[in-house]
Design a protein around this ligand. Structure first.
Ligand code: ADP
Ligand code: LRH
Length: 487
């Protein structure tokens, strides 16, 4: 049986077909498209109809390749949502989490309920764009006319099948789920004037959603598709697709965001985790991801965009290699980098404000991005070991960023850990693994991870002995001297 992963990240989407053949997972890219948001009348929106059309386009490619029957799973980035009216029609364009409407909302809401209380209930980090803050800023009339609030992958599944659910891995990023009761927290819902009934029933990954309704899409020639709800938060799928083994590994899901953390069977909720803004996102099969959001390759994507796309990612890496490293210490987790008007100018302004040399060329800018991301990763790994009392021996880097061998080596050098890079398509693979488990072709996540090890090349990067302590110490001194807001 062919399975199709629909995996949509903030920068690109793809449909990947997969099946087990001779004990290996073989995958094939069947459709790719770029993704991004646009500003309209002062607000930043995703184009959800464009995304929907690309999915249908991809499924029709699957049919043209001879796939008559398949299962399909959908994962996307987290936190954003769609409002539906009583007829199931969409009430608004979909605002992106990088919109500035929630810049100050954490403060407003935590005046009503303390950070400690919200964290104790949810275990979720305070990011300005969590769904709870977005819904708090939502047009109240629209919200009152809302029959259902659907997270993005649940909405896409609904458009294909007519069935509405709330998948738990993605729903945990709303910061509205109570980690003890594993249900929506009524007090948090009340704070933002949302009723429990406005969300569809919570379901676990691996549940069948329904059959694709061909008659709704007469203009496309589509295969027979059974939609399976997978771990619909892309980061949850990415970690299912990470071939970690045993107890002592960490992951770095490296795409638009860098998500660095460990997989766990219980949440870590204490004052240290709260102070360092670590989260306990829900994973597939009852796991938790204790992780931190680091601003990630978004910074590079935006630098590249402002360089008018004159450089490919590969070229930016080559340019960075030619430059003297560690010329600036930049806290890329500062809120100012979430969605500045011009990323290059924002980086340069930061360096001027902090009396550091100002990167000008593409190579200098890319080098500043890679060096500082690697430093932040190394610090996050130290923090993780301290907070969880776990020794981390291996760091698995997955996602598009795993293709960046220069950054992989820097990360190994600065963290002192061995880095294992790949698969770069871990998210689509994790999506496929949940479909394979639902279809009883695999027994559990461990057999899925073994299958990944048997099927894909994973490259290792050993740390070179160097002056990492000194570089990290300089970076920390810089941060303390600035006392900057972190996200
Ligand atoms: P998302 O799912 O968030 O859209 P991806 O996992 O597709 O992100 O990763 C996108 C990132 O991968 C880009 O920002 C880029 O930095 C990196 N990347 C992809 N391919 C390469 C490559 N060949 N060399 C270096 N970096 C790469
Ligand atoms: C990565 C991701 C991340 C979320 C962010 C909104 O794509 O899903 O896990 O924090 O996007």
């Amino acid at each position: 049986m062919i399975h199709i992963a629909v995996d949509i990240g903030a920068s690109s989407g793809r449909l990947v077909a997969g099946e087990i053949k001779n004990g290996k997972l073989t995958i094939k890219d069947i459709h790719r498209f770029s993704n991004g948001f646009e500003k309209k009348d002062g607000t930043y929106y995703w184009d959800i109809d464009y995304i929907m059309n690309e999915i249908l386009q991809g499924l029709s490619v699957a049919k043209s390749l001879g796939f008559e029957e398949c299962t399909v799973g959908i994962d996307t980035w987290a936190v954003d949502y769609v409002l539906l009216d009583q007829n199931g029609d969409r009430l608004q364009d979909v605002v992106t989490y990088r919109d500035h409407r929630t810049d100050k909302t954490i403060e407003k809401l935590t005046n009503l309920m303390s950070k400690e209380e919200i964290y104790r209930k949810t275990g979720i980090q305070f990011l300005p764009f969590n769904t709870i803050y977005q819904l708090f800023e939502e047009d109240q009339e629209l919200l009152q006319n809302t029959d259902k609030i659907l997270m993005i992958p649940d909405y896409l599944g609904y458009r294909l099948t007519g069935n509405a659910v709330t998948e738990v891995t993605n729903a945990s990023t709303t910061q509205l789920l109570n980690i003890d009761s594993r249900a929506f927290d009524e007090e948090l819902l009340e704070l933002i004037s949302v009723k429990k009934e406005q969300f569809a029933a919570l379901i676990e990954p691996g549940t069948e959603l329904g059959l694709l309704k061909h008659k709704w899409f007469p203009e496309y020639d589509l295969p027979e598709c059974k939609i399976i709800t997978v771990a619909s938060h892309d980061t949850a799928s990415a970690i299912v697709g990470t071939p970690g083994d045993g107890e002592n590994w960490a992951y770095l899901s490296s795409g638009t965001w860098s998500l660095i953390g460990i997989e766990n069977h219980k949440p870590f909720i204490d004052s240290y985790a709260l102070a360092d803004n670590y989260t306990n996102e829900w994973g597939a099969f009852g796991t938790f991801r204790f992780l931190k959001n680091i601003m990630g390759l978004w910074i590079l994507q935006e630098v590249r965009r402002k360089l008018n796309g004159d450089f490919s990612f590969e070229q930016l890496v080559e340019e960075a290699k030619q430059v003297q490293p560690f010329q600036q210490f930049i806290n890329f987790n500062d809120h100012r980098f979430l969605n500045p008007v011009n990323m290059i100018e924002e980086i340069q302004e930061y360096c001027r404000e902090t009396n550091q040399s100002v990167p000008e060329s593409a190579g200098e800018l890319a080098s500043a991005v890679f060096n500082n991301l690697a430093i932040i990763y190394a610090i996050a790994l130290e923090d993780l070991e301290r907070m969880t009392s776990k020794q981390i021996n291996r760091v698995h880097i997955v996602g598009g960023g795993a293709n960046n061998e220069f950054l992989n080596q820097l990360t190994a050098n600065l963290s002192g850990k061995t880095v294992y890079a790949g698969p770069s398509e871990a998210t689509a693979i994790g999506n496929l693994i949940v479909q394979l488990i639902a279809n009883k072709e695999l027994e559990h996540i461990e057999s899925g991870r073994q299958l990944i090890k048997d099927s894909f090349k994973i490259k290792s990067f050993n740390p070179y002995p160097d002056s990492k302590e000194d570089i990290i110490r300089q970076f920390k001194r810089m941060l303390y001297s600035q006392n900057r807001e972190e996200i």
